[in-house]
Design a protein around this ligand. Structure first.
Ligand code: FMN
Length: 196
């Protein structure tokens, strides 16, 4: 695969089987995260690896968090989330080590975390693995964040489910980039994507 073929063939998937990346493979994948643009070199990304027997432990923390965030969360949702967190080959909790009082605005710090996460997804794909970024209202739960090791003001940006893609590769239809691109020549631009 050429580098462009690699980028243009990535798709998220939660159909994930063993193996997950080894420690050495994960280290290389996360080296790609360290290439993300990062104003002020704050390195705001943190990765918490959850694998093996830690997964059911995390699943129970997630369930408790869901119940904290929504006292009426449906049982079916709990069962599904418990099952996913217990069985995904590997989970990476995406942490944001935020510095609210820094001269670099918070939103720029958060964007650096997101850019790094995208590099992780691409690096997973480039090395034969796959994954998906998931969130849910548990990412706003300060108790869960602290249990993971991200006490306020730090936050969760979500979780990456990671493993080896199983089944038919996902190839969702993608939009035409032309609809999201405009050339500015002096007057405000408009986008085809925004036309009714
Ligand atoms: C911050 C963030 C949180 C997300 N949370 C969820 C989620 O909780 N559940 C979900 O199905 N998709 C979630 N997504 C979307 C998926 O990660 C993925 O982008 C989507 O399934 C489309 O797949 P694609 O990456 O191949 O376009 C989230 C994406 C981002 C960037």
């Amino acid at each position: 695969m050429t580098p462009m073929e690699m980028l243009l063939s990535r798709a998220s998937t939660d159909h994930l089987a063993e193996p997950a990346p080894s420690a050495a493979q994960l280290s290389e994948i996360l080296a790609a995260a360290m290439r993300a643009p990062d104003h002020g070199k704050l390195r705001p990304w943190r990765y918490v690896v959850i694998e093996g027997d830690a997964r059911p432990l995390m699943a129970e923390r997630i369930v408790a968090s869901m119940q904290r965030m929504d006292a009426e969360v449906p049982e079916a949702k709990i069962t599904k989330r418990r099952q996913r967190f217990s069985t995904m080959p590997m989970i990476l909790a995406l942490g944001m080590h935020l510095r609210p009082d820094h001269k670099i605005p918070l939103w720029e710090q958060e964007m650096a975390v997101a850019a790094a996460a995208m590099n992780v997804l691409n690096a997973l794909h480039a090395t034969g693995f796959g994954g998906v970024w998931v969130s849910g209202d548990v990412v706003d739960d300060p108790v869960l964040a602290a249990e993971i090791g991200l006490p306020a003001p730090h936050k969760l940006a979500g979780f990456l489910f990671v493993g080896t893609p199983s089944g038919k590769p996902a190839s969702p239809r993608r939009p035409d980039p032309a609809d999201f691109t405009a050339y500015w020549t002096g007057a405000p631009v408009t986008f085809a994507a925004d036309k009714d």
